[in-house]
Design a protein around this ligand. Structure first.
Ligand code: OAD
Length: 255
Protein backbone atom coordinates (compact mmCIF):
# COMPACT_ATOMS: atom_id res chain seq x y z
CA UNK A 1 0.00 0.00 0.00
CA UNK A 2 1.25 3.49 -0.91
CA UNK A 3 2.34 5.85 1.85
CA UNK A 4 1.52 8.84 -0.32
CA UNK A 5 -0.39 11.51 1.64
CA UNK A 6 -3.16 13.24 -0.24
CA UNK A 7 -3.05 17.02 0.22
CA UNK A 8 -5.57 18.15 2.83
CA UNK A 9 -7.10 21.22 1.09
CA UNK A 10 -10.24 20.06 -0.72
CA UNK A 11 -9.73 16.47 0.43
CA UNK A 12 -13.12 16.31 2.14
CA UNK A 13 -14.88 17.75 -0.87
CA UNK A 14 -13.04 15.24 -3.10
CA UNK A 15 -14.05 12.31 -0.89
CA UNK A 16 -17.67 13.40 -0.57
CA UNK A 17 -18.05 14.11 -4.29
CA UNK A 18 -16.63 10.74 -5.30
CA UNK A 19 -18.65 8.88 -2.65
CA UNK A 20 -21.87 10.59 -3.77
CA UNK A 21 -21.20 10.13 -7.49
CA UNK A 22 -23.48 7.80 -9.39
CA UNK A 23 -21.38 7.93 -12.55
CA UNK A 24 -17.59 8.32 -12.64
CA UNK A 25 -15.20 8.53 -15.61
CA UNK A 26 -11.42 8.20 -15.54
CA UNK A 27 -9.60 9.48 -18.62
CA UNK A 28 -6.06 8.11 -18.72
CA UNK A 29 -2.98 9.00 -20.74
CA UNK A 30 0.58 7.82 -21.06
CA UNK A 31 1.47 8.91 -17.50
CA UNK A 32 -0.85 6.16 -16.24
CA UNK A 33 1.54 3.52 -17.59
CA UNK A 34 4.78 5.39 -16.85
CA UNK A 35 5.31 3.50 -13.59
CA UNK A 36 4.85 0.24 -15.49
CA UNK A 37 7.94 1.22 -17.49
CA UNK A 38 6.25 2.44 -20.68
CA UNK A 39 7.62 5.80 -21.82
CA UNK A 40 5.26 8.77 -22.18
CA UNK A 41 5.23 10.84 -25.37
CA UNK A 42 6.13 14.36 -24.31
CA UNK A 43 8.58 13.98 -21.45
CA UNK A 44 11.49 16.17 -22.62
CA UNK A 45 14.08 13.43 -21.86
CA UNK A 46 12.45 10.03 -22.03
CA UNK A 47 9.31 10.78 -24.10
CA UNK A 48 8.86 8.88 -27.35
CA UNK A 49 8.31 12.11 -29.30
CA UNK A 50 11.55 13.51 -27.87
CA UNK A 51 13.44 10.58 -29.43
CA UNK A 52 11.41 9.76 -32.53
CA UNK A 53 9.69 11.87 -35.15
CA UNK A 54 5.96 11.07 -35.17
CA UNK A 55 5.63 12.15 -38.81
CA UNK A 56 8.08 9.35 -39.74
CA UNK A 57 6.40 6.67 -37.61
CA UNK A 58 2.79 7.41 -36.80
CA UNK A 59 1.06 8.63 -39.96
CA UNK A 60 -0.45 6.91 -42.99
CA UNK A 61 2.10 8.76 -45.16
CA UNK A 62 4.97 7.32 -43.11
CA UNK A 63 3.60 3.79 -43.53
CA UNK A 64 3.18 4.29 -47.28
CA UNK A 65 6.74 5.63 -47.58
CA UNK A 66 8.46 3.02 -45.41
CA UNK A 67 6.12 0.29 -44.09
CA UNK A 68 9.00 -1.79 -42.71
CA UNK A 69 10.35 1.08 -40.59
CA UNK A 70 6.90 1.78 -39.13
CA UNK A 71 6.10 -1.92 -38.61
CA UNK A 72 9.41 -2.58 -36.89
CA UNK A 73 8.91 0.41 -34.58
CA UNK A 74 5.53 -0.94 -33.47
CA UNK A 75 7.01 -4.45 -33.08
CA UNK A 76 9.58 -2.87 -30.75
CA UNK A 77 6.81 -1.14 -28.81
CA UNK A 78 4.95 -4.47 -28.58
CA UNK A 79 8.04 -6.18 -27.20
CA UNK A 80 8.46 -3.36 -24.66
CA UNK A 81 4.85 -3.71 -23.63
CA UNK A 82 5.16 -7.50 -23.20
CA UNK A 83 7.86 -6.91 -20.59
CA UNK A 84 5.55 -4.74 -18.47
CA UNK A 85 2.75 -5.26 -15.97
CA UNK A 86 -0.08 -3.05 -14.70
CA UNK A 87 0.98 -0.84 -11.79
CA UNK A 88 -0.90 -0.08 -8.53
CA UNK A 89 -2.71 2.79 -10.30
CA UNK A 90 -4.22 0.42 -12.88
CA UNK A 91 -5.28 -1.95 -10.09
CA UNK A 92 -6.85 0.90 -8.12
CA UNK A 93 -8.99 1.87 -11.12
CA UNK A 94 -9.99 -1.76 -11.67
CA UNK A 95 -11.07 -1.92 -8.01
CA UNK A 96 -13.06 1.32 -8.30
CA UNK A 97 -15.15 -0.26 -11.04
CA UNK A 98 -16.29 -2.85 -8.50
CA UNK A 99 -16.93 -0.35 -5.71
CA UNK A 100 -18.67 2.55 -7.45
CA UNK A 101 -22.14 2.32 -9.01
CA UNK A 102 -20.96 3.16 -12.57
CA UNK A 103 -17.30 3.59 -13.38
CA UNK A 104 -15.75 3.76 -16.84
CA UNK A 105 -12.14 4.13 -17.93
CA UNK A 106 -11.54 6.06 -21.15
CA UNK A 107 -7.96 5.60 -22.24
CA UNK A 108 -5.69 7.11 -24.84
CA UNK A 109 -3.24 4.30 -24.16
CA UNK A 110 -2.84 1.42 -26.58
CA UNK A 111 -1.05 -0.90 -24.15
CA UNK A 112 -4.08 -2.84 -22.89
CA UNK A 113 -2.89 -2.56 -19.27
CA UNK A 114 -6.32 -1.51 -17.94
CA UNK A 115 -7.85 -4.75 -19.22
CA UNK A 116 -4.92 -6.72 -17.87
CA UNK A 117 -5.45 -5.13 -14.45
CA UNK A 118 -9.09 -6.21 -14.53
CA UNK A 119 -10.94 -3.03 -15.56
CA UNK A 120 -14.13 -4.41 -17.06
CA UNK A 121 -14.91 -1.39 -19.20
CA UNK A 122 -11.96 0.49 -20.68
CA UNK A 123 -12.89 2.49 -23.76
CA UNK A 124 -9.83 2.61 -26.03
CA UNK A 125 -9.78 5.86 -27.97
CA UNK A 126 -6.53 5.26 -29.85
CA UNK A 127 -6.80 1.54 -30.61
CA UNK A 128 -4.77 -1.33 -29.22
CA UNK A 129 -1.18 -2.28 -29.91
CA UNK A 130 -2.00 -5.99 -29.72
CA UNK A 131 -4.27 -5.90 -32.79
CA UNK A 132 -3.49 -5.57 -36.49
CA UNK A 133 -5.71 -4.53 -39.34
CA UNK A 134 -5.59 -4.57 -43.11
CA UNK A 135 -4.18 -1.27 -44.33
CA UNK A 136 -6.56 -1.31 -47.31
CA UNK A 137 -9.80 -2.79 -45.97
CA UNK A 138 -9.58 -1.50 -42.39
CA UNK A 139 -10.67 -4.86 -40.92
CA UNK A 140 -8.99 -6.48 -37.93
CA UNK A 141 -6.90 -9.51 -38.94
CA UNK A 142 -5.56 -12.09 -36.55
CA UNK A 143 -1.78 -12.43 -36.76
CA UNK A 144 -2.13 -16.22 -37.10
CA UNK A 145 -4.19 -15.75 -40.28
CA UNK A 146 -1.81 -13.26 -41.90
CA UNK A 147 0.56 -14.11 -44.75
CA UNK A 148 4.27 -13.42 -44.27
CA UNK A 149 5.77 -11.27 -47.05
CA UNK A 150 9.29 -11.42 -48.51
CA UNK A 151 10.13 -8.03 -47.03
CA UNK A 152 9.49 -9.14 -43.42
CA UNK A 153 5.98 -7.77 -43.06
CA UNK A 154 2.55 -9.36 -42.77
CA UNK A 155 -0.14 -9.23 -45.43
CA UNK A 156 -3.91 -9.51 -45.40
CA UNK A 157 -5.02 -13.05 -46.29
CA UNK A 158 -7.99 -11.58 -48.23
CA UNK A 159 -6.54 -8.80 -50.36
CA UNK A 160 -2.76 -9.04 -49.94
CA UNK A 161 -2.30 -5.49 -48.60
CA UNK A 162 0.13 -4.98 -45.73
CA UNK A 163 -1.15 -5.32 -42.19
CA UNK A 164 -0.64 -2.35 -39.88
CA UNK A 165 -1.19 -1.95 -36.14
CA UNK A 166 -4.79 -1.18 -35.21
CA UNK A 167 -3.90 2.14 -33.62
CA UNK A 168 -4.87 5.70 -34.44
CA UNK A 169 -2.20 7.66 -36.30
CA UNK A 170 -1.90 11.44 -36.59
CA UNK A 171 -4.48 12.78 -38.99
CA UNK A 172 -6.77 9.74 -38.62
CA UNK A 173 -10.24 9.69 -37.13
CA UNK A 174 -10.79 7.96 -33.79
CA UNK A 175 -12.96 4.82 -33.72
CA UNK A 176 -16.49 6.21 -33.86
CA UNK A 177 -18.11 3.93 -31.25
CA UNK A 178 -15.37 4.58 -28.71
CA UNK A 179 -15.50 8.33 -29.30
CA UNK A 180 -19.28 8.54 -29.02
CA UNK A 181 -19.33 6.49 -25.84
CA UNK A 182 -16.53 8.53 -24.31
CA UNK A 183 -18.33 11.83 -24.91
CA UNK A 184 -21.64 10.41 -23.69
CA UNK A 185 -19.97 9.16 -20.49
CA UNK A 186 -18.19 12.50 -19.96
CA UNK A 187 -21.33 14.56 -20.36
CA UNK A 188 -23.35 12.34 -18.00
CA UNK A 189 -20.87 11.75 -15.20
CA UNK A 190 -20.83 13.27 -11.71
CA UNK A 191 -17.07 12.97 -11.20
CA UNK A 192 -14.32 12.97 -13.83
CA UNK A 193 -10.66 12.06 -13.29
CA UNK A 194 -7.97 13.11 -15.78
CA UNK A 195 -4.95 10.94 -15.00
CA UNK A 196 -1.48 11.11 -16.55
CA UNK A 197 -2.39 13.06 -19.64
CA UNK A 198 -0.86 16.28 -20.92
CA UNK A 199 -4.28 17.26 -22.28
CA UNK A 200 -2.74 18.43 -25.54
CA UNK A 201 -4.26 16.00 -28.02
CA UNK A 202 -7.81 16.48 -29.24
CA UNK A 203 -10.44 15.17 -29.15
CA UNK A 204 -9.54 13.36 -25.89
CA UNK A 205 -8.43 16.68 -24.38
CA UNK A 206 -11.99 17.99 -24.77
CA UNK A 207 -13.48 15.30 -22.50
CA UNK A 208 -12.69 16.99 -19.15
CA UNK A 209 -14.01 20.30 -20.54
CA UNK A 210 -17.27 18.61 -21.55
CA UNK A 211 -17.56 16.96 -18.15
CA UNK A 212 -16.90 20.22 -16.32
CA UNK A 213 -19.41 22.13 -18.45
CA UNK A 214 -22.01 19.44 -17.71
CA UNK A 215 -21.44 19.95 -13.97
CA UNK A 216 -19.05 17.13 -13.07
CA UNK A 217 -16.49 17.41 -10.26
CA UNK A 218 -13.16 17.31 -12.11
CA UNK A 219 -10.01 15.88 -10.53
CA UNK A 220 -6.57 15.92 -12.13
CA UNK A 221 -3.84 13.46 -11.13
CA UNK A 222 -0.50 14.43 -12.63
CA UNK A 223 2.92 15.35 -11.20
CA UNK A 224 3.08 18.30 -13.63
CA UNK A 225 0.83 21.22 -14.42
CA UNK A 226 -1.28 20.88 -17.58
CA UNK A 227 -3.75 23.13 -19.43
CA UNK A 228 -6.50 21.40 -17.42
CA UNK A 229 -5.02 22.17 -13.99
CA UNK A 230 -6.50 25.68 -13.64
CA UNK A 231 -10.07 24.55 -14.21
CA UNK A 232 -9.96 21.28 -12.21
CA UNK A 233 -11.85 21.24 -8.89
CA UNK A 234 -9.01 19.31 -7.25
CA UNK A 235 -5.46 18.74 -8.48
CA UNK A 236 -3.48 15.86 -6.97
CA UNK A 237 0.17 16.44 -7.80
CA UNK A 238 1.79 13.04 -7.82
CA UNK A 239 2.21 9.80 -9.68
CA UNK A 240 -0.87 7.77 -10.58
CA UNK A 241 0.59 4.62 -9.01
CA UNK A 242 0.91 6.40 -5.68
CA UNK A 243 -2.03 8.81 -5.69
CA UNK A 244 -4.72 6.33 -6.73
CA UNK A 245 -4.04 3.73 -4.01
CA UNK A 246 -3.91 6.59 -1.46
CA UNK A 247 -7.21 7.89 -2.77
CA UNK A 248 -8.75 4.43 -2.40
CA UNK A 249 -7.59 4.35 1.21
CA UNK A 250 -9.08 7.79 1.88
CA UNK A 251 -12.35 6.66 0.32
CA UNK A 252 -12.35 3.76 2.74
CA UNK A 253 -11.99 1.21 -0.08
CA UNK A 254 -9.81 -1.88 0.14
CA UNK A 255 -7.86 -2.86 -2.97
P1 OAD B 1 1.87 12.80 -22.89
O1 OAD B 1 3.22 12.19 -23.02
O2 OAD B 1 1.54 13.96 -23.74
O3 OAD B 1 1.62 13.25 -21.38
C1 OAD B 1 1.87 12.39 -20.31
C2 OAD B 1 1.46 13.07 -19.04
O4 OAD B 1 1.65 12.17 -17.97
C3 OAD B 1 2.26 14.34 -18.71
O5 OAD B 1 1.37 15.40 -18.36
C4 OAD B 1 3.10 13.92 -17.49
O6 OAD B 1 3.31 14.99 -16.58
C5 OAD B 1 2.21 12.86 -16.88
N1 OAD B 1 2.89 11.84 -16.07
C6 OAD B 1 4.17 11.38 -16.17
N2 OAD B 1 4.39 10.40 -15.29
C7 OAD B 1 3.24 10.25 -14.58
C8 OAD B 1 2.83 9.37 -13.53
N3 OAD B 1 3.65 8.45 -13.02
N4 OAD B 1 1.56 9.50 -13.07
C9 OAD B 1 0.71 10.40 -13.59
N5 OAD B 1 1.04 11.24 -14.58
C10 OAD B 1 2.29 11.17 -15.07
O7 OAD B 1 0.82 11.60 -23.08
P2 OAD B 1 -0.73 11.67 -23.45
O8 OAD B 1 -1.39 12.82 -22.80
O9 OAD B 1 -1.27 10.32 -23.19
O10 OAD B 1 -1.56 9.68 -29.42
O11 OAD B 1 -0.65 11.91 -25.01
C11 OAD B 1 -1.85 11.91 -25.75
C12 OAD B 1 -1.61 11.29 -27.10
O12 OAD B 1 -0.49 11.92 -27.75
C13 OAD B 1 -1.22 9.83 -27.07
O13 OAD B 1 -2.31 8.94 -26.94
C14 OAD B 1 -0.54 9.65 -28.40
C15 OAD B 1 0.30 10.89 -28.42
O14 OAD B 1 0.66 11.37 -29.67
C16 OAD B 1 -1.45 8.90 -30.51
O15 OAD B 1 -0.47 8.21 -30.71
C17 OAD B 1 -2.63 8.97 -31.41
Amino acid sequence: MSNFQLPTPNLQSLISNVRAAQRVVALTGAGMSAESGIPTFRDPQSGLWAKYDPTQLATVGAFERDPKLVWDWYEWRRATRRDTQPNPGHFALAAMAKLLPHFVVVTQNIDGLHHLAGSPDAIELHGNLARNKCSREDVVIDRAEARATNDGLLACPRCGAYLRPDVVWFGEALPRDALERAFAEATHCDAFFAIGTSGLVEPAAALPRFAKRAGAFVVEINPEETPLSASADVVLRGKAGQVLPALMKNLGFQI
